[in-house]
Design a binder for this molecule. Structure first.
Ligand code: DNO
Ligand code: MN
Length: 346
């Protein structure tokens, strides 16, 4: 495996030089943040990003994400132009050695939580999803705005977008995803970029929107839409693992040859099926991180790994889920498990 860390660019208070000091850290996961969704990423911007990362002694390993325009997800309007642009962006990325791109197919909202700074008993702050709180949230009224959400929507445009989605079923989403893959994976194969879809987080419908990348059965269906190694997965333990009906360890063994990017984090499922993000350590949450890492090890995983969200600890402030300290602890813990597995294997 290759250990990586997400970096949000020059505005990120977690600088590249700090990331470099995390033991065993080799790669950066990043993106170009100032290009509107759907437009082509120009080569010069990719080059500048790569050079910045390399001059800090790290490798630009994964792009997370090249976002997919809503017209593509809805199968409307300008989707063909946006798909063409997407393919051009992949070609541009490949010129700079990028071989793995993460994306998602969630309508309108990326990952969703009801509180971004819930205080845990130990005094740290974590992202949580309490079902009863989400039930009372109205995104159009602006009850909550998350860092994962596209902040460029006005209330009106958001309301219109949600209205358009009300006619779109899960089957429509499957068809639109297949339409996208048929064009994009062909290019990915040509330029040797492994595409890695991120599961829906949480893996169920929110605000009445259809969500399809949610379960083992649906991951299987996804992989069959276009049967190629280049049509692969970002296996995010903390997204899929928030419901007991998903067995993350089993998914790793089942889909090993199609997993290109591993997001490793732990979550604690609470009594009513809500969840709290926890520290990475197995005993802090509901997932067995040793079994997860063992599954990657047993299947000879050579792809990219990153610790996913962390809590805010030791007084750190900043982007929820993406502070330095708890993610660095996560990376060290994952590296420790991996080293143990490697040495016991010898
Ligand atoms: C949250 C992340 C997601 C992820 C995208 C991938 O922290 O795991 O925002 O980057 O869904 O497209
Ligand atoms: Mn993730």
């Amino acid at each position: 495996m290759q250990m990586t860390f997400r970096w949000y660019g020059d505005d990120d208070p977690v600088t590249l030089s700090k990331i470099r000091q995390i033991p065993g850290m080799t790669g950066i996961v990043s993106a170009i943040y100032d290009i509107p969704v759907g437009e082509v990423w120009p080569g010069e911007k990719i080059k500048a990003l790569k050079e910045k990362v390399e001059s800090a002694g790290l490798k630009l390993s994964v792009i997370e994400s090249v976002p997919v325009h809503e017209d593509i997800k809805m199968g409307t309007g300008d989707r063909d132009r946006y798909i063409e642009n997407y393919c051009q962006t992949l070609k541009n990325l490949s010129k700079f050695g990028i071989d793995c791109v993460c994306y998602n197919f969630m309508p309108v909202f990326d990952w969703t939580r009801s509180d971004l700074a819930h205080e845990l008993p130990d005094g740290s702050n974590a992202l949580v999803y309490y079902k009863d709180q989400v039930a009372h949230m109205d995104p159009v009224k602006g009850d909550l705005s998350l860092p994962g959400w596209d902040a460029s929507y006005t209330k009106d445009s958001l309301a219109r977008l949600l209205e358009s989605y009300s006619k779109i079923t899960e089957e429509d989403m499957w068809n639109n995803l297949k339409y996208f893959l048929d064009k994009v994976i062909k290019v990915a194969e040509e330029v040797h970029i492994k595409m890695a879809i991120h599961p829906d987080d949480p893996p169920w419908s929110i605000f009445g929107l259809p969500r399809i990348i949610t379960s083992k059965q649906n991951l299987e269906r996804f992989l069959k839409l276009y049967d190629s190694k280049y049509n692969g997965l970002t296996l995010c333990s903390g997204s899929l693992g928030v419901t007991e009906s998903n067995d993350v360890v089993d998914m790793i063994y089942s889909f090993a040859d199609r997993i290109h990017f591993a997001h490793v984090r732990n979550v604690k499922i609470t009594e009513d099926g809500s969840f709290e993000e926890s520290a990475h350590l197995s005993s802090c949450g509901s997932l067995d991180i040793v079994k997860i890492m063992k599954a990657y090890h047993d299947t000879g995983f050579t792809g990219y790994v990153r610790p996913d969200h962390g809590r805010m600890i030791w007084g750190e402030t900043g982007r929820p889920g993406y502070g330095l300290y708890d993610r660095a602890l996560g990376a060290t813990y994952i590296n420790g498990i991996w080293e143990t597995l490697e040495k016991l294997d010898k």
